[in-house]
Design a protein around this ligand. Structure first.
Ligand SMILES: C[S@@+](CC[C@H](N)C(=O)[O-])C[C@H]1O[C@@H](n2cnc3c(N)ncnc32)[C@H](O)[C@@H]1O
Length: 266
C-alpha cells in the first residue's frame, strides 16, 4: 500500500475521529498513553518542536502549553483543518501543515525536538520517517515517539477474558509477519454497541514491524536510544477506565526517546 492510499484511509477517519476524541472517547490516549508520554518527556519550554502525525492536534496543543514553539504535520487534510480550527486555547502559534512524515517540508537541523504520537507504525516506511526526523533535528536534539507495541500488538491479538470479563491473558501471533498496510477496522473501545450502529468503524492501515526492525531503524537514523517506556494502567486507572484493563497484562504501546548525538552532521 502506498502513501496516497494510507492518506485516503486517514482522511475518511478524520471527521468521526476528531468528534469522538474531543468528547473523550479515546480513553487509551487521554487516561494512559499521553500522560505516560508526557511524564517521560524532557522539559520543552522555549524549544522548537515538530509533532509528526498530529491528527486533530490534542498532543501538539499540550506541547505548546508546556512552552514549546510547535510545528505539526499530518497526511490527512481534514485532521489539519480540525487542528487549525481549534483555536489557541492556551496553545499559541502552532504552524500546522499537510505533509508526509516520510518527506518533511523542513530544512535540516530546524528543530530541538521531534515527537510522533502513535503515527509511525501507520507509515509504509517507518525507517524513512525516522531518518527524516533525524535530519530535521539539530545535533543534541531528541526524538520521542509512541507506537503500537511491536511485541504485544501483533498481527494476531486476542484478549483472553475470565468469566467476569476481566482480561487474563493476551494471545499473540504473526510477530514475524510484516503487514504491508493491512487495514484494521475498529471503534474506540468506549463506544457502546448502540453508538457503534450509528458510525462507521475507523479503517487504519497497519505496517507491523518487529522490535529489532524498529531498533535498527532508530539507530539507522543516527539516533541513540536514551529511554523506553511501556505504559500500564494502575489499579485506579483500570477501575475508572475498564477498557485499559488489558494493559495490566502487557503494554499496548511502546515509547522511545532517542538523541541525535552532539557533533552529528546536520
Ligand atoms: C493514531 S493517529 C494519532 C493522531 C495523534 N498523534 C494523536 O495522538 O491523537 C495517527 C495519525 O498519523 C497520521 N499519519 C499517517 N500516516 C502519515 C504520514 N505518512 N505522514 C503524516 N501523518 C501520517 C494519520 O493521519 C493520523 O492522524
Amino acid at each position: 500500500m502506498d502513501e496516497s492510499e494510507v492518506a485516503r484511509h486517514w482522511e475518511s477517519n478524520a471527521n468521526a475521529w476528531t468528534q469522538q476524541a474531543r468528547r473523550g472517547a479515546d480513553v487509551f490516549r487521554d487516561a494512559l498513553n499521553s500522560p505516560a508520554f508526557f511524564a517521560m518527556l524532557p522539559p520543552v519550554r522555549g524549544l522548537r518542536g515538530l509533532d509528526v502525525g498530529c491528527g486533530e492536534g490534542a498532543n501538539t496543543r499540550s506541547l505548546a502549553r508546556l512552552g514549546a514553539r510547535m510545528s505539526a504535520v499530518d497526511i490527512a487534510p481534514t485532521f489539519i483543518r480540525h487542528a487549525r480550527s481549534f483555536g489557541e486555547d492556551g496553545a499559541p502559534g502552532i504552524d500546522y501543515r499537510v505533509a508526509d512524515g516520510m518527506a518533511l517540508p523542513f530544512d535540516a537541523a530546524s528543530f530541538d525536538f521531534v515527537t510522533a504520537f502513535m503515527s509511525l507504525m501507520d507509515m509504509p516506511d517507518p525507517a524513512r520517517a525516522l531518518r527524516e526526523a533525524g535530519r530535521v533535528l539539530r545535533a543534541g536534539g531528541f526524538l520521542q515517539f509512541s507506537i503500537l507495541h511491536p511485541c504485544f500488538a501483533t498481527p494476531h491479538r486476542r484478549i483472553v477474558r475470565d468469566q467476569e470479563g476481566r482480561a487474563r491473558a493476551i494471545e499473540i501471533g504473526g510477530y514475524f509477519e510484516g503487514t504491508e498496510g493491512r487495514v484494521d477496522r475498529w471503534w474506540f473501545s468506549t463506544l457502546t454497541e448502540q453508538e457503534r450502529t450509528g458510525v462507521q468503524p475507523f479503517s487504519t492501515p497497519i505496517f507491523h514491524r518487529t522490535i529489532s526492525q524498529w531498533l535498527d531503524a532508530v539507530t539507522g537514523a543516527g539516533l541513540v536510544i536514551d529511554k523506553l517506556g511501556e505504559p500500564t494502567a494502575g489499579a485506579d486507572i483500570a477501575r475508572l477506565a475498564p477498557a485499559l484493563d488489558e494493559t495490566r497484562i502487557a503494554p499496548l504501546s511502546l515509547h522511545v526517546r532517542a538523541t541525535k548525538p552532539a557533533g552529528a552532521r546536520a
